[in-house]
Design a protein around this ligand. Structure first.
Ligand code: UTP
Length: 289
């Protein structure tokens, strides 16, 4: 089976980034020259995905509008001979086929993914969190799809974190399978300090099988009163193998204030036109301030 669809949940409230996210979705905050969500959609396009399914909520229409064709803007830009910008905007609206479903209540990531079940149907699919950025040479989603082509089982992307930070993440315990890959034995959402020896933390990239929907249906609210994807995956792991993959790249939690700042610095340094000058500026600033 091939992975053709990507679910991108963007229905969260973004409380960690208030007041910036009171009227603007956190996924629309700019990292250098485009909103966070555009990097994520570009990642799925570069990974060969054919359809994006946004899971949205009230107040998130700016995300859908960003990827839509804006006839009025296109006409005005062309009239003003700003053809290059018109072209760029058309490119964004033609990136990929996008559909949206609504998550009616913010009941957690697991519930957000469950809300996409009818559009996903009976096939494997990728999940990319709308506020998780990965800077890498080969797109993270693409790396995971290559592994999926081999194992045909669910995969979660992980990174090693300091042991004293494991209680901030979903943590997996597993046995090495091959280079960068583990077969998962146990998973736990935000474990209490000292309750796990693993430092493999789940980040916002998954390849899932449609069986996950049945598990989500049965999953009771867990940590924080939310329906946790990790709990449903743990159920699924009783029946099928699940793999953890240590992706190549650097991950930024752009839904967190410090994570967002770090993302701007990293993407700024890597930017084709601005990177060189920005690097000089950062050097000067770190000496001056
Ligand atoms: P977060 O853990 O970042 O939660 O969700 P949040 O509500 O968006 O933000 P904070 O913690 O209040 O600041 C991780 C991902 O899951 C989505 C979010 O949009 C984000 O992409 N999500 C979360 C949903 O789609 N629905 C939910 O009910 C919860």
């Amino acid at each position: 089976m091939k992975v053709r669809k990507a679910v991108i949940p963007v229905a969260g409230l973004g409380t960690r980034f208030l007041p910036a996210t009171k009227a603007i979705p956190k996924e629309m905050l700019t990292v250098v020259d485009r909103p966070t969500i555009q990097y994520i959609v570009e990642e799925v396009v570069a990974s060969g995905i054919e359809q994006v399914i946004f899971v949205t909520s009230e107040g998130k229409s700016a995300i859908e509008n960003h990827f839509d064709y804006d006839f009025q803007l296109d006409t005005v830009l062309k009239m003003k001979k700003k053809n290059k910008m018109a072209e760029e905007l058309n490119h964004i609206s033609n990136l990929i086929d996008i559909v949206s479903v609504r998550q009616k209540k913010p009941l957690g990531l697991g519930h957000a993914i469950w809300s996409a079940r009818d559009v996903v149907g009976d096939e494997p699919f990728a999940v990319l969190l709308g506020d998780d950025l990965v800077l890498s040479d080969q797109p993270c989603c693409h790396q995971m799809i290559s592994l999926f082509d081999e194992v045909q089982e669910a995969i979660v992307a992980v990174q090693q974190v300091p042991l004293d930070q494991t209680s901030n993440y979903g943590i997996v315990e597993g046995r090495p399978y091959n280079d960068r890959t583990y077969k998962i034995d146990r998973m736990v959402e935000k474990p209490a300090p000292g309750t796990t020896e693993s430092n493999l933390a789940i980040i916002g990239r998954y390849i899932l099988l449609p069986e996950i929907f049945e598990m989500l249906e049965k999953t009771k609210p867990g940590h924080g009163g939310e329906i946790q994807l990790t709990d449903a995956l743990l159920q699924l792991s009783q029946q099928r193998s699940i793999y953890a993959y240590e992706f190549k790249g650097i991950r930024f939690d752009a839904g967190d204030k410090l994570g967002y700042l770090k993302a701007i610095v990293a993407f700024g340094l890597r930017h084709a036109d601005l990177g060189k000058e920005f690097r000089e500026h950062l050097k000067q600033m770190s000496e001056t301030l």
